[in-house]
Design a protein around this ligand. Sequence first.
Ligand SMILES: CC/C=C\C=C\CC(=O)SCCNC(=O)CCNC(=O)[C@H](O)C(C)(C)COP(=O)(O)OP(=O)(O)OC[C@H]1O[C@@H](n2cnc3c(N)ncnc32)[C@H](O)[C@@H]1OP(=O)(O)O
Length: 293
Amino acid sequence: MQSTRIGYIARFISTSRQRLADIEVTEASPYVYHVKLDKPKKRNAFIPEMWKELRKISKDLSANPKCRSIVISGEGKSFCAGIDLQEGFGEVMNLFENDNLDAARKGRILREFIRIPQDGFTALESCYKPIIVAVHSHCIGAGIDLITACDIRLAAKDAVFSIKEVDVGLAADVGTLARIQKVVGNDSITRELALTARNFDAEEALRYGLISKIYPDQATTVAAALEMAAAIAAKSPIAVQGTKVNLNYGRDHTVKESLDYILAWNMSQLNTEDLMKSAMATMSKEKAEFNDV
Ligand SMILES: CC/C=C\C=C\CC(=O)SCCNC(=O)CCNC(=O)[C@H](O)C(C)(C)COP(=O)(O)OP(=O)(O)OC[C@H]1O[C@@H](n2cnc3c(N)ncnc32)[C@H](O)[C@@H]1OP(=O)(O)O
């Protein structure tokens, strides 16, 4: 078990490119990893193998001490066109046609089918390292599930978003409906967008609070995301990762529960050399170097 884990870590410590199930992982700069959806001919549409791979990548990077921040982007004409409508539902179609299973047993199989994309995106949220997503062009259906599980969302001017699921006959079940109101805090617009599936552009996404900045094009969006990721990676990893964990906890709990949680968290995490290093660097206006964690 231990050697497998180390094997995964070693794989990511390498600066070489990793390309698995149409997702490419590179070390863009020291401590910054770039995860690229790389299935441009299909507009980065998801199949179950991609969700499984995304989960593995997130967990590996979360455990990798040489990774301190992550950027996700999409290769080609679209950021992500949602689930692959030709291949993504193959297992479900086979299940519908299977007369040998009763409804309850089919339900159990469907539950596991839905859990794969849920786990793929939840792994982004649970990853200790902050994830910045750089969106361009189409961000549809599963694309919105993905970005709402990330920490910071940047977009190119040409970005077009759609919570598309009602148009393909389903209630979005792999993250968007669970997270988007916590991300944007606007119930009426959320319901309008989720119930009509209409497209909305980058300007509207900015007003709505789904994204935090707009850039002229894909290249400048990715460059800005990598720059932001490098700025985060230069800070204390103890402080940054503790901040992500506690922001997630605070989002899902009461103020009292969250204060109690960070008390317990900082009972160990305040015992860090990073505190003194950061304070001294601030006073001397010099850059601090932090040990891996
Ligand atoms: C348990 C369930 C888990 C997750 C559920 C998620 C739900 C969703 O994701 S709902 C959203 C599903 N996606 C869509 O409805 C988008 C479908 N695609 C489009 O609307 C358009 O293709 C476009 C993204 C707006 C781009 O349009 P355009 O620029 O005109 O290009 P096209 O010629 O239409 O497409 C180019 C090429 O890409 C293929 N493609 C695009 N989207 C998908 C897709 N979702 N699945 C499979 N393939 C896709 C398209 O077929 C074209 O392929 P060619 O071989 O070149 O014909």
